[in-house]
Design a binder for this molecule. Structure first.
Ligand SMILES: Nc1ncnc2c1ncn2[C@@H]1O[C@H](COP(=O)(O)OP(=O)(O)OP(=O)(O)O)[C@@H](O)[C@H]1O
Length: 317
């Protein structure tokens, strides 16, 4: 490999990891893998352990128990490997009193694959003032700076921890476009921790859901989408077809005028093909399930543990 060859995307392997902050178990018995060269969504409710997990992958802390491997190696105390790992957090790891331009020069010197041209293009896109100190920027401007730091680093493992949360909608959608375009041109492992699941749905290729410090689910995103379907049609036709469709779990219902969309999930895994065909034969439109609906269902703490499947009227079968 010459010095100009980009480093390959890095895989992540987390083995039976625990992180305890005093009596708080931020992570407990967490084992998961993150595939190299894919965009992974790290999802979880507030306090589920996302930031703690990312800080382990970036070698900012050691686990209380277990092993973290990035590209097959322990990143802790491995400077060459740490250069390949970029974590951008909303709190920002920046020279807060220094102007943006100084921060960008620092990043360019610290990141082997830093792309000056991309950084400049994003500065223009987000209209950031380069002479202003970071601590004088608005929240949205600081978020945009975090996005620039993450994307222009082109790190083989790039992790953005809710960094785009403070950006307004046009800026966020511009970010998603640039992220996808740059990821296709320069494949790397990207992990996005986010609460804005519906906005990112189509970008995600792999999903990890943490819940109360444990792994609730880890899956290829398309396999997850195939567990359910969004069924749309005239309200009475949707109701009639679903009531004779067998055991299904209703994730969400939306109505507009006489039209209804019900998002359903098959019991214990994928939705049977025969069920989908039956609904289609009834003249209903079948679309993919939204990850947001699955996420809300899976992490709904109001649902009693071990509750049976519900039909579309909410009755347990
Ligand atoms: N430095 C710390 N000291 C003590 N407890 C902590 C510390 N950092 C996190 N925790 C606790 O660990 C748990 C996991 O926190 P973490 O920040 O990893 O969650 P998160 O999923 O990123 O949450 P959010 O979505 O709200 O940002 C929480 O209960 C939190 O209160």
């Amino acid at each position: 490999m010459t010095t100009t060859d980009p480093a390959p995307p890095l895989a992540v392997d987390v083995q039976d990891v625990a992180v305890h902050y005093g009596r708080t178990r931020a992570l407990d018995g967490v084992s998961l893998t993150i595939p190299p060269g894919a965009i992974t969504g790290l999802l979880g409710r507030n306090g589920s352990g996302k930031t703690t997990l990312l800080s382990l992958l970036a070698a900012l802390r050691r686990p209380t128990r277990g092993r973290v491997l990035v590209g097959g190696k322990d990143p802790f105390d491995d400077e060459a490997l740490m250069e390949q790992i970029c974590l951008v957090r909303e709190s920002g790891d920046v020279l807060a009193d220094e102007p943006l331009a100084v921060n960008l020069r620092y990043l360019a010197s610290a990141r082997p694959a830093w792309d000056e041209e991309l950084a400049g293009r994003l500065l223009d896109l987000f209209e950031l003032p380069t002479k202003t100190a970071v601590n004088k920027l608005s929240r949205g401007q600081r978020s945009a700076f975090g996005v620039i730091a993450g994307l222009a680093s082109r790190a083989p493992l790039t992790m953005l921890d809710e960094v785009h949360l403070g950006m307004d909608a046009p800026s966020r959608y511009a970010f998603y476009d640039v992220l996808l375009e740059d990821y296709i041109a320069h494949p790397r492992t990207i992990v996005l921790s986010t609460h804005l699941i519906s906005e990112l749905d189509k970008l995600l290729e792999h999903v990890v859901v943490l819940h109360r410090g444990t792994v609730l689910l880890t899956s290829d995103a398309d396999d997850l989408r195939a567990r359910g379907a969004a069924v749309t049609g005239r309200a009475e036709e949707v109701d009639a077809a679903l009531s004779s469709a067998g055991a299904l779990t209703v994730l969400a219902e939306r109505s507009l005028g006489g039209t209804k969309q019900v998002t359903v999930m098959g019991e214990g895994g994928a939705l049977p093909r025969s069920t989908v065909e039956g609904l289609r034969d009834a003249g209903l439109e079948i679309g993919p399930v939204e990850l947001q609906d699955l996420f809300v269902h899976l992490t709904d703490t109001r649902r009693p543990a071990g509750a049976g499947a519900e039909d579309h009227t909410g009755r347990t079968r």
